[in-house]
Ligand binder design. Structure first.
Ligand code: ATP
Ligand code: MG
Length: 570
């Protein structure tokens, strides 16, 4: 999972990027007196997802580890897809994850400089204005096995190129009519070096520069130079840019500007989800989810709303490590991280998601006992609270079976079970309606078994279940989420189908739960454990004062593990 374990003793906990960075600082003259400088460079064309969280943790984390800096730089070179809404959401998400950028910058801050550099290349005879359209250009480019052919416009004079480029900038030509290209090598085995496009014409309004420009730089022309201007020492990106590195290097060298080092790591993939912004946008636009922050989305805003904590996401990124080989992480690793964090901080409550009534026939009517319940066994300073115990209670429907298998240690006819923080009860009668549906369970309690009392300890009962008082409980809406997709790799759809065909039609189930009174008083955003049921978060969007709506963040164990161990735990 983490390649850190492969390294020699001194580097035991370092990833390959840290090792390379340390080597660079120890050996490279141009780094003397400098500190690590990284950047996180999102394109503001969507909300960030969990894959971005990995890149954020890596880039900001390296700056922190080495006492350096990390910029947040928006790669805003594609005006038709970008917006201020996305810019703002990205800033919020980076801060929420716990990181502060050194400088907040935009590739568009450098449009003027990038333009000047393009003119420099034209004057040096290594860039030209090309009239080929997209199809023709593709056709000239060749393939991996066949060299490309020079554009017929490649030998335009410097004067003509300067003039045409100036007129492109002035807006004299329609979209797509011309491009500015670097003159490198149409026979290069690396397709990125076959006279790459530097500028295209796009009469589009930009969210920051407005209508000032109608030519926009390509990613490759903007990225390395932006890194260079900012003095980035290590420009870390995902593996699909490995083939762009020669071009990154070529631009820095040819322009004779400061030359950062580009390094690549493997993109993170996660099972049971999709992670490209384009697909996430499609889920939003076609209303398969309620928005970018739908609690089922792998976006940072979705995970936040679901109830994930910044600590849990950082822990997740730490656990999966940084590698150069592509890998798909099992979503249970993500779920495990939030479970581990919430285990330490979430107060415990009892909530019955699928209630069935229990009447304690030998318990006095109208009596309420206040039972002492520990708020968080993992947190000694967490204290305790009092929960009401009454004659009529609710237990979980699945905690009773009329004809149970032999290893069933919960409630059954004539069987005994312990009510957590309460008494041992025995089931004497199952009351049903005409259709055979269970209406209530008539039970007796044993007064000598009150939780915490000396006599209670002698009594051996195999199962312990949770409950709430019927008369002194509240009712809340609870949203039980399942995975948004049915298959491990939703993109792996049969011919004629798409990832949308793999959507889980039952990814949300809404129930009304009976809960301890305290549960109804929680504020939006509160994260709690419902004992034996999982971790839940009071939804920040749909909760009203005094009327929280709960999202299930994650169950206590993954479903498979729970099936085998749940009944054995008292
Ligand atoms: P997507 O394809 O999901 O839209 P992107 O790479 O186009 O992602 P950018 O906004 O360009 O999104 O990404 C910003 C940074 O986050 C880049 O450095 C990119 O490499 C990194 N990043 C994006 N997705 C992942 C991922 N799944 N794992 C790790 N890093 C990622
Ligand atoms: Mg992108």
């Amino acid at each position: 999972m983490n390649d850190a374990s492969d390294h020699g003793s001194g580097n035991a906990h370092k990833n390959f990027i840290e090792i390379e960075i340390e080597k660079d600082f120890a050996s490279k003259q141009e780094l003397v007196g400098r500190t690590v400088y990284t950047r996180f460079p999102p394109e503001p064309n969507g909300y960030l997802h969990i894959g971005h969280a990995k890149s954020i943790c890596l880039n900001f984390g390296l700056a922190k580890t080495y006492g350096g800096h990390c910029n947040l730089r928006f790669d805003d070179t594609n005006p038709t897809k970008e917006s201020e809404e996305y810019v703002n959401s990205i800033k919020t998400d980076v801060n929420w994850l716990g990181f502060q950028w050194d400088k907040l910058l935009y590739a568009s801050d450098y449009f003027e400089q990038l333009h000047d550099w393009a003119c420099q290349l034209i004057r040096e005879g290594i860039a030209f204005v090309c009239d080929l359209n997209a199809d023709e250009m593709r056709e000239h480019r060749g393939t991996l096995t066949q060299p490309g052919r020079n554009s017929p416009y490649r030998d335009r004079s410097i004067e003509e190129n300067l003039d045409l480029f100036a007129r492109m900038k002035k807006g004299e030509f329609p979209d797509g009519a011309k491009t500015l290209r670097a003159k490198i090598d149409m026979a290069s085995p690396n397709l990125n070096l076959r006279d790459p496009v530097l500028y295209r014409i796009m009469h589009a309004h930009h969210h920051r520069t407005g209508d000032a420009w109608c030519i926009y730089p390509m990613y490759d022309w903007a990225h390395g130079q932006s890194d260079s201007i900012e003095g980035i020492t290590h420009s870390i990106c995902t593996l699909e840019f490995e083939d762009h590195r020669p071009l990154y290097d070529w631009f820095c060298k040819t322009l004779r500007i400061y030359h950062p080092r580009q390094m690549e790591f493997a993109r993170m993939n996660l099972t049971y989800t999709v992670m490209s912004k384009r697909k996430l946008l499609q889920l939003v636009q076609e209303n398969h989810v309620s928005g970018w922050d739908d609690p089922r989305m792998p976006t940072i805003s979705g995970l936040r709303r679901r109830g994930y904590t910044p600590e849990s996401l950082r822990m997740f990124c730490e656990r999966i490590g940084v590698a150069r080989f592509s890998s798909t992480i099992d979503v249970v690793v993500l779920e495990g991280s939030v479970r581990d964090h919430l285990n330490t901080i979430a107060p415990r409550f009892m909530a019955v998601l699928d209630p069935i009534k229990v009447v304690l026939t030998n318990y006095p009517e109208g009596q309420t006992e206040w039972m002492d319940a520990v708020n968080n066994p993992e947190d000694p300073s967490g204290g305790s609270r009092q929960i009401p115990f009454t004659r009529e209670l609710y237990i979980e429907r699945e905690d009773f079976m009329e004809t149970p298998p032999s290893k069933f240690f919960r409630l059954k006819p004539a069987g005994e079970v312990r009510l957590r923080y309460g008494y041992v009860i025995q089931c004497n009668e199952v009351v049903k309606d005409a259709e055979g549906n269970i209406l209530e369970l008539r039970c007796t309690f044993d007064p000598t078994t009150k939780s915490g009392s000396p006599t209670a300890i002698e009594r051996k009962v195999k199962g312990t279940i949770h409950w709430v008082s019927a008369s002194e409980s509240a009712e809340v809406e609870v949203r039980l989420y399942d995975r948004l997709f049915l298959s491990e790799n939703p993109e792996d759809a049969p011919a004629g189908k798409t990832f949308l065909d793999n959507i889980n039609p039952n990814s949300i189930r809404v129930v009304r739960a009976k809960v301890e009174p305290e549960v109804a008083k929680q504020l939006p955003g509160a994260k709690v454990q419902f004992e034996r049921n999982g971790y839940f978060c009071a939804d920040v969007v749909d909760s009203k004062p005094g009327v929280p709506v709960y999202n299930r963040i994650v169950s206590l164990k993954d479903a498979w593990a729970r099936m085998t161990t749940r009944d054995n735990k008292a």
